[in-house]
Design a protein. Structure first.
Length: 147
């Protein structure tokens, strides 16, 4: 009646995981549950759950996440309430709001970003965690403490 091809015969544009295709949660979409992906993830809507990603996580300026984020890299432009763990570069862009602890190899925070929590930096050479507690109101960071 509709299409006589079976699912096994159809050739869709769906990419296999890890091929560079990105998963996008569009603006106006509310998702409740955890997301796990081998490719990039972009959230422009709202997620109430955790993100486990093997690539890059992007939270758009209208995006919000209530849960933990784990990935290789992350760019945060929207709102996050939860722990963010990134192996490489974590960027908190201008206008972002983050309420939770950060774990990252490298961290970049733009002046108009809002961050409330503790920052734990991991060095790639020795695997130790250096704790830096940033006081956003005074805009100063204490000296790193090697644990």
């Amino acid at each position: 009646m509709f299409n006589q091809k079976s699912k096994s015969e159809s050739t869709g544009d769906v990419s296999a995981p890890g091929t560079g295709a990105a998963t996008i949660i569009a603006a106006g979409t509310v998702l409740k549950g955890d997301i796990s992906s081998n490719g990039d993830i972009r959230i422009d809507g709202s997620l109430q759950g955790n993100i486990q990603c093997q690539a890059k996580v992007v939270i758009g300026s209208n995006g919000s996440v209530e849960g933990d984020i784990s990935g290789q890299q992350a760019d945060i432009m929207g709102k996050v309430s939860g722990t963010i763990k990134v192996k490489e570069l974590l960027q908190l862009k201008g206008g972002s709001f983050v309420n939770g602890n950060l774990y990252a190899g490298k961290l970049q925070i733009e002046p108009s970003a809002n961050f409330n929590g503790q920052c734990h930096m991991t060095t790639a050479t020795n695997g130790q965690v250096n704790e830096v507690i940033a006081d956003k109101k005074s805009k100063k960071a204490s000296e790193p403490v090697v644990e």
